[in-house]
Ligand binder design. Structure first.
Ligand code: FAD
Length: 509
């Protein structure tokens, strides 16, 4: 039996939802993975009479495609879709079996209207929590449009292919054989990248809002819910709904929930916001803010949204080390997400730049996968909590170099080393390695506001105890503000506070 009993029980329930037959075409050899894939197919066909299996030859072996009888959908899985991809597999079965993808009608219409042939390939690792979003979005597009096809490729099962394409970050997507993008992408992001996003005129025709929230992380979601519950016209514009929690695995300090995972929390934030009458505009970046009679927020696509009040909750992003090689080798050995990209460095030598909590946590995680991990710390001591330092020091394949200033990340077509200066002696050293994880903290996403309002030296928006900024009617919340602590629960609290502040302002003005 390839499926564990509890997974099988869950899957049994989902398979009851199949409305039509599903034909799985399998391309298998005699290797262990092929045998496991055949066993999975056998097991599935005994679980539902609607699932049929036949042998075929596909571009990759082992792989299988998920089809309607008599019509190939173009959805294929190369390698076993276990781990985080199991849900992608179940959704593919259900959608091919007649259940409509859970996507807004306007997006469905845009996908169906795409003309031409588009073959996507997504390289994943089964432990990557950002990969399923991309796989599921592209599978849904394949279900909706016969010109679109998609193959998920497990990098661990197709190592040679991954190495020949120099893939060092997942998810990495190719379109018709050419690099298309990497990192988490929603269906809307993919459409926008293909030139099928909502055009500026669609957004520009919007009536003014009472409250317009900019940013869709914990702070923005909370602000939008609090505002909408007052019955006022609320909009939320966000580049990436969910924010940083999409890059977070385990969360153990979200009070009232003993344990959850970032993408799961992000999905429930979106679901909660959708319970209310909130106009959600995803995959859109704000580029400029100006106070006229109303407050105007101009988006990067040129559309201008107007509102009586605005709540800025644009959060923060990974800080770069800004040394030669960092930008050139991004996704070619320079990485920021150890959970996502760590498995691609199995058996290799890597460095983590930064010895704070996130750096040391990353090094501990990576030590379980890679051959050796070196932590590069700028100051004379690590800043991480002592319990983490003790754990790190107990690992046989981890080294810490203190007083080290990274000078350059070296490489040719991908990373081959790191040069640092010993700050005590001034000597330059070079370490040979294949991967560098940058973990030196965060920087607020506020550059686009320039000097329209007061920001600290670090770029954080200065707010008062109601979340008000120095522009009347403009409020701010979460990690983009000068709040001393940056946490999910604190961001949510400050989002609620700013929404109540904005509501008070509307009553008085
Ligand atoms: C790896 C990691 C692990 C963490 N673990 C924990 C933990 O265990 N517990 C905990 O409490 N906290 C944790 N945190 C911190 C927590 O995730 C943040 O404090 C929280 O997400 C901040 O929420 P926010 O809404 O202020 O900002 P963010 O989550 O950063 O959200 C910002 C939002 O604004 C959008 N945006 C940015 N710029 C623009 C623009 N110009 N136009 C439109 N939209 C824009 C973004 O796309 C996003 O939707 C972790 C953070 C990281 C990176």
């Amino acid at each position: 039996m390839i499926l564990e009993a509890d997974i099988k029980a869950q899957l049994n329930q989902y398979l009851q939802l199949l409305e039509n037959d599903v034909l799985l075409k399998i391309s298998a050899g005699s290797d262990k993975l092929s045998n496991d894939m055949l066993a999975l197919m056998d097991e599935l066909s005994t679980m539902s009479s609607k699932i049929k299996v036949e042998n075929t030859t596909l571009q990759r072996t082992p792989s299988f495609s998920v089809n309607r009888p008599g019509e190939d959908t173009g959805i294929a899985f190369a390698g076993l879709p276990f781990g985080h991809e199991f849900t992608s597999f179940v959704l593919a079965l259900l959608q091919v079996g007649g259940r409509a993808p859970k996507v807004d009608q306007s997006i469905i219409d845009r996908v169906k209207a795409i003309k031409g042939e588009y073959h996507f390939e997504t390289y994943v690792s089964l432990s990557c929590h950002n990969c399923p979003d991309v796989v599921q979005a592209l599978n849904a597009m394949s279900v909706l449009n016969p010109g679109i096809s998609h193959t998920m490729i497990d990098g661990a099962a197709f190592k040679e292919e991954v190495e020949s394409k120099d893939i060092l970050a997942v998810p990495t997507v190719f379109l018709n054989g050419e690099p298309f993008g990497s990192g988490r992408m929603t269906l809307e992001d993919i459409l926008a990248k293909m030139g099928n996003g909502p055009d500026a005129s669609e957004l520009a025709d919007k009536e003014p809002y009472d409250v317009l929230v900019v940013g869709g992380g914990p702070a923005g979601a909370s602000a939008a819910i609090y505002a909408a519950r007052k019955g006022i016209r609320t909009g939320i514009v966000a580049e990436r709904f969910g924010g940083q929690i999409l890059d977070t695995l385990g969360i153990e300090n979200f009070i009232g929930t003993k344990y959850t995972e970032g993408p799961k929390l992000a999905a429930s934030l979106e679901e909660h916001v959708k319970e209310y009458d909130v106009d959600i505009m995803s995959s859109q970046r704000a580029a400029r803010l100006e106070k006229k009679d109303l407050i105007e927020v101009e988006l990067e696509n040129g559309a201008v949204l107007k509102s009586k009040t605005v709540i800025l909750s644009t959060g923060a992003r990974w800080r770069n080390v800004n040394v030669p090689g960092e930008a050139e080798f991004k996704n070619k050995g320079v990485a920021y997400c150890p959970h996502c990209d760590g498995p691609l460095f199995a058996g290799k030598d890597v460095a983590v730049i930064g010895g704070g909590n996130s750096g040391v946590e990353a090094a501990i995680d990576l030590a379980g996968i890679v051959k050796h991990v070196t932590v590069i710390e700028f100051s004379s001591e690590l800043k991480a909590d002592s319990v983490l330092q003790e754990r790190l020091n107990s690992l046989p394949n981890a080294t810490v170099i203190k007083n080290a200033q990274t000078k350059e990340i070296t490489g040719t077509d991908k990373v081959n080393g790191l040069t640092y200066i010993d700050r005590e002696t001034g000597e330059e050293h070079h370490i040979e390695l294949q991967g560098v994880f940058v973990q030196i903290g965060l920087v607020p996403n506020t550059e686009w506001l320039a000097d329209t309002l007061e920001r600290t030296r670090m770029g954080e928006i200065v707010v008062d105890n109601r979340g008000a900024t120095t522009i009347p009617g403009v409020f701010a919340a979460g990690d983009c503000t000068n709040s001393p602590y940056k946490q999910i629960i604190i961001s949510m609290g400050s989002g609620a506070n700013a929404a109540l502040g904005a509501f008070d302002y509307l009553i008085r003005n």
